[in-house]
Design a binder for this molecule. Sequence first.
Ligand SMILES: Cc1ncc(COP(=O)(O)O)c(C=O)c1O
Length: 397
Amino acid sequence: MERMPGRHFLQIPGPTNTPLSILAAIARPTIDHRGPEFASLGLDVLKRIRSVFKTNGSVVIYPTSGTGAWEAALVNTLSPGDRILMFETGWFSTLWSKMAKALGMQPEIIEGDWRSGVAADEIERRLLEDKAHSFKAVAVVHNETSTGVTSDIAAVRRAIDNAKHPALLLVDTISSLASIDYRHDEWGVDVTVGGSQKGLMLPPGLGFHAISTKAIDASMRAKLPRSFLRWDEMLFANATGFFPYTPSTNLLQGLRVALDLLEEEGLENVFARHDRAARATRRAVEKWGFQIQCRNATEYSSSLTAVRLPEGYSADALRREVLERANMSLGNGLGPLADRVFRVGHLGDFNNASVLGTLAAIEMGLKARGVPYGDGALDAAIDAPSGSSSTMAQAAE
Ligand SMILES: Cc1ncc(COP(=O)(O)O)c(C=O)c1O
């Protein structure tokens, strides 16, 4: 493909745009992973990443993508044949349940419509029925990246508590961490799974776990085979800032800067910025006259919006058009949503201009493809109220 002038707009829902200061940190010479400089880097990032998960407990960092961290959550806590209760929010919850099956567990996935979040009352009902406590874990996706639906994890915690069920709670925050409010400790989550390439603004390659003491206890009894992904050796080495094997030294150098950026902006301001971008995007979609894949307004995702094109129009053709005309990538529809939806990523490192530029480029693509759409989308986006009721224009003042 010919080089296109101007910067590429990476508006997929992860990987996200990486700030130059993070790229510069990653580009610094690789350091000795068994030397003193690394130990202070390791101790620093392992300590400071905790606040992103809102935990005082341990966080481990794997040199893997999110999928590796999914696997690590299962193999560290569970045993062959264990039942796991899951909820079909979309593509990623389905993939995680397939992985559990492949690893020899018995996932039971409560059917969903790919337009709604986890129904906590249904979780409670299933757990109440399980008098023998044969479910060893409940595993859900906080922000379903295929649909743009965010689930209420506090409600899932209440459901488990109401049923007085001892199952562990495992939560995937791969596309919500550092973008949407999330509270590992307060919500009593046992393993929170995260990834580097979305809200943390890093390239892909790091997987994270925040781990409760209950999960650590479970890991001592868990019987699934594991070696590379074991927590015990990792936690032992991490106590002095090291890793049991060669870590992703340069990505960890980038992580230190990502944490600086998040601390400087303030996590709550980061969430508000994401809320504002999501609201502006939804206002534009309403004006265009298209449906949002997420059915319930209380579950709208602040990190991405999945948009349904009218019947008879190809979302993939629109994405191609936008890429060719504006050098901008939009997310594709996954599984049954292929070619039906396009996904707009508004997470990580972005500002008002990125959001408005994204919406304008989509509109250019709609016009070029002859997709009928309503007027006034950009105005509506600019005037969209943020959480604190100021508009996009006022919020920047
Ligand atoms: C919610 C969610 N879970 C899991 C994954 C899988 O992560 P990875 O592609 O980094 O392996 C993704 C990837 O986009 C995701 O969005």
